[in-house]
Ligand binder design. Sequence first.
Ligand code: HH2
Length: 282
Amino acid sequence: MTNDTLRSVPLAHDAHLALDGAPRVMGILNVTPDSFSDGGRFVDVDRAVAHARAMVDAGAALIDVGGESTRPGAAAVDAETERARVLPVIERLRGVDALISIDTSKAAVARAAIVAGAHLINDVTALGDPEMAATAASTGAGLVLMHMQGEPRTMQNDPRYDDVVRDVRAHLAVRIERAEAAGVDPQRIVVDPGIGFGKRLHHNLALIARIGDLRTLGRPILLGASRKSFLGEITGVAAADERVAASLAIAAIATASGVDILRVHDVRETVHVVQTVMAVNG
Ligand code: HH2
């Protein structure tokens, strides 16, 4: 594992994400009525901004703002509704001491979010929108390419792989090539195996256990496992907000495995995990 490598990911608005081997924590801000863990809690702009600020105070280096739930079976949202949810929040977050990511699969939403002040695009469809790569290229935004099999509505209906880690890696390699072909600077690309997106429990576990295999893509790795349902399958805990300890176990494994960004709900606790694992590993 190349934990000691210093790297910097250039982002929109001349910002950079510095990576030094300890994962950066990305706090989740779902401005949606229906997200699986925090749906409805941060639809109000003042509450969303206050929650973002609290996550930054707790040590989040990034805030991931999303206006459409991607949980299995979630209702699709049009671009206008999504923009109306996220833009007022992003505008209010200008000047906070954190980088802002826009969690969207729509190029039109991504573009508007970058204009409003966002620094990187978190695209869970990895260029499902044919305009997304050109949008990332022209704005200079960072670009998270996440693996998903199928689409949110149906992705959990019997997903299959030959070798899930190899298949996910190959899929991400193709999407990286596609982004580069459209003019995206490869230095700006981050990859993500997409925990829970068209994966059964054993697929998620294999991807986490062998996350280091994705290093050969040559890009920083983001992992989003926080409070997800596979943790409920392991522990028998049905309530998403009671899966914090299980989420922290994954954060510890990911930190020890050299993951670069952890997308989480519980920022303070995750920062403590990262600090502790890094202290032990010297
Ligand atoms: N997971 C979710 C949403 N966006 N983005 C990346 N890059 N990686 C992930 O694993 C990921 C993601 C789903 O979680 P959440 O945002 O908490 O819920 P919902 O999709 O219901 O809003």
